[in-house]
Ligand binder design. Sequence first.
Ligand SMILES: [Zn+2]
Length: 264
Amino acid sequence: MMTLQWRNWPSFWLSVGTARVLDMLLPPRCALCRAPVAEAHALCGDCWSDLPLLDGPACPASGLPLIGSPQAIAAYRSLPALMQRVPWHSLAATCFHDGSARHLVHRLKYLDDHAPAHLMARLMHQRLRATLPPEALAEALIVPVPLHRRRLWQRRFNQSALLAQRLSQLMNTPCLPDALLRTRPTPPQTGLSGSERRRNLRNAFSANPRHADALKGRVILLVDDVFTTGTTARACTHTLLKAGAAGVHVAVFALASQRRALHI
Ligand SMILES: [Zn+2]
């Protein structure tokens, strides 16, 4: 766990070890409500039915589901103007940020419960396999959205790095948790307008000079837990492209959006 402070390692590994032993001894429980379930790292029927999963074709720029005929969807996805609005090659979102998805993010981020990361990464992997060609996934270098070191010290872990590392295991693809650095602390983006968010994140990220060679010419899979207005993903993507990355695919667990679909 490269994202942990060194002084936390002993207690962290002790807690991981204890959790693994308990996992083996106790019957599996729902990752949210702790009701008994058939397999580990799963949701019970009630929590699963409250998970607003995204499946089917989606807009590669916004991640929103597309509703229309197969011909209209194919034509829409190949519109040259579509991808000029965003700096990434594609955006894959797994769920809307509502219901059980919101609870999973909350548990992972604020309740210091890492158990949902297994399930969240597995669902993200399924979504990526459905939206990206296999060669794009095989060649990608996985990079999480970073936290500033002060926030990392307070929270003890970076939730996006946890998801990135689990995805890396599932995809058998390398992950560089510290390829991007948050060079200054920024207030939370919640409640800010679009222009305030952009101002808040101006020059907030840089590419880690230690990994300059690793980023050059590589296609990056940028991982974050929640996508709201895209300001963070945009700032990180610009930073990666400036550092020489060949392109960026964005993978997020939850998409916070008032719009539920694009009718085309
Ligand atoms: Zn449940």
